[in-house]
Design a protein around this ligand. Structure first.
Ligand code: NAD
Length: 331
C-alpha cells in the first residue's frame, strides 16, 4: 500500500475543505497536509473533527511567501500537490484585481518553483471553466479542453495565467502535472457570498434575494463531492500534462436556481429583486466532460438531488454560515 504525502493548498476554503475531508477519510494511510492563509474565505471550524486524526495536519501560510513555501517543501517531501488556494470571487476581482494577480498567479508560480526544486510525483492545478470565457445560448455547444482561453473577468484572467504557468513548467522543466477545469460548484461549506449559499441564507432570513440583470445567465452546476471524486481520479490516474474538464451537464439559469431554492423552502418569489448586472457578466458556461468520463468518472448527483441535499445542509447548519456573516459584518 503506497503511503503518499499530499499537500493540499486552500484546504480551509469551500472546495479545498471538502477535498481535505474526502482525502483524510478515504486514504487513512496517506499523510494530508492542509496549507491555507486563512483569508476572509478560509475557515478551520469545519475541520474540528479532523484534529484528532493522525493523518491530518494544518499549516497557516501564504502561497506567495517564497521563503516559507520553500522551507515547507524542503521539510515536507511531498509526493502530491493539489492546489486550490486562490482568490475566487468574481465580484471582488472587479473591485480589486491586484490581489488576484498576487495570489492566483504569483502564488501558483511560487508553488511550481518549490515543486520543481524538491521534486514531486504530480501537481494538480484546480482551475475553472471561466478561463474559456463565455458561450452563447446554443445548447449544443460546450467547452472542451481544446476551447481557446478567453477569460473575461480579472478572476478568470488570473486563473488562465496560472494555468499557462503550470503548462509551461510541464513543457519547459517536465514537471508532472494535470489541470482540471470545473464548472460552478455548490454544496456544504460554500462561502455565503456566492449565488447558492447567498440565496439560501437570504431566503431563510426572509430577506430580498439579489439577481443580476434579467437572471438569464446560465451556469453548469456540479455538487462539490462529485468534484472531489474527479480530482481524486485525476490525481491518481490522470495522464501527466493533460487538462481535464469537470462538469455534469446541469445547466440552469440563475433565475431557475433562485426559484428552486425559494420553492423548496416554501417562500414567495416576491423575495426576488433584480439588480444592475455584473460588469462583463458571462452569458453561459457549459462543460463537455467526456474526456474525464473516459478516464472513469461520472457524477453521482443530479442538480435536483444535490440542491435538495445542500438546502437541507444549510438549514441544519445555520450556525456555520451565520457566524461567517456576522464576522463579515464587522470587517
Ligand atoms: P474559496 O474562496 O472558498 O477558498 C479559497 C481558499 O484559499 C481559502 O481558504 C483562502 O483562505 C485560501 N487562500 C487565499 N489566498 C491564499 C494565499 N495567498 N495563500 C494560501 N491560501 C490562500 O474558493 P473555492 O470556491 O473553494 O475555490 C477553490 C479553487 O477551485 C479555486 O482555485 C477556484 O478557482 C477553483 N474553482 C472554484 C469553483 C467554484 O465554483 N467555487 C469552480 C471551479 C474551480
Amino acid at each position: 500500500m503506497n503511503k503518499y504525502k499530499v499537500l493540499i493548498t486552500g484546504g480551509a476554503g469551500f472546495i479545498g475543505g471538502n477535498f481535505v475531508q474526502y482525502m483524510v477519510n478515504k486514504y487513512p494511510h496517506y499523510d494530508i497536509v492542509n496549507l491555507d492563509l486563512l483569508s476572509y474565505a478560509g475557515d478551520l471550524t469545519k475541520h474540528i473533527h479532523l484534529e484528532t486524526k493522525e493523518n491530518y495536519s494544518f499549516v497557516q501560510a501564504d502561497i506567495a511567501d517564497r521563503e516559507t513555501i520553500m522551507s515547507l517543501f524542503e521539510k515536507g517531501k511531498f509526493d502530491f500537490v493539489v492546489h486550490f488556494a486562490a482568490e475566487s470571487h468574481v465580484d471582488r476581482s472587479i473591485t480589486d484585481p491586484a490581489i488576484f494577480v498576487r495570489t492566483n498567479v504569483m502564488g501558483t508560480q511560487v508553488l511550481l518553483d518549490a515543486a520543481k526544486a524538491f521534486g514531486i510525483t504530480k501537481f494538480v492545478h484546480v482551475s475553472t471553466d471561466e478561463v474559456y470565457g463565455e458561450l452563447d445560448f446554443d445548447p449544443t455547444v460546450f467547452f472542451t479542453e481544446d476551447t481557446p482561453l478567453q477569460p473575461n473577468s480579472p478572476y478568470s484572467a488570473s486563473k488562465a495565467s496560472s494555468d499557462l504557468f503550470v503548462r509551461a513548467y510541464y513543457e519547459t522543466y517536465g514537471l508532472p502535472m494535470n489541470i482540471t477545469r470545473c464548472s460552478n460548484n455548490y454544496g456544504p461549506y460554500h462561502f455565503p457570498e456566492k449565488l447558492i449559499p447567498l440565496t439560501i441564507s437570504k431566503v431563510l432570513n426572509d430577506q430580498k434575494v439579489p439577481v443580476y440583470g434579467d437572471g438569464r445567465n446560465i451556469r453548469d452546476w456540479l455538487h462539490v463531492w462529485d468534484h472531489c471524486a474527479a480530482i481524486d481520479l485525476v490525481l491518481h490516474e490522470g495522464v501527466s500534462g493533460e487538462v481535464y474538464n469537470v462538469g455534469g451537464h446541469n445547466e440552469r439559469t440563475n433565475l431557475e436556481v433562485v426559484k428552486t431554492i425559494i420553492s423548496t423552502l416554501g417562500k414567495s418569489e416576491d423575495l426576488i429583486e433584480f439588480v444592475t448586472d455584473r460588469l462583463g457578466h458571462d452569458k453561459r458556461y457549459a462543460i463537455d466532460p467526456s474526456k474525464l468520463e473516459r478516464l472513469g468518472w461520472k457524477p453521482t448527483y443530479t442538480f435536483e438531488t444535490g440542491i435538495a441535499q445542500t438546502i437541507k445542509w444549510y438549514t441544519d447548519n445555520a450556525e456555520w454560515w451565520q457566524q461567517i456573516l456576522s464576522n463579515e459584518a464587522h470587517k
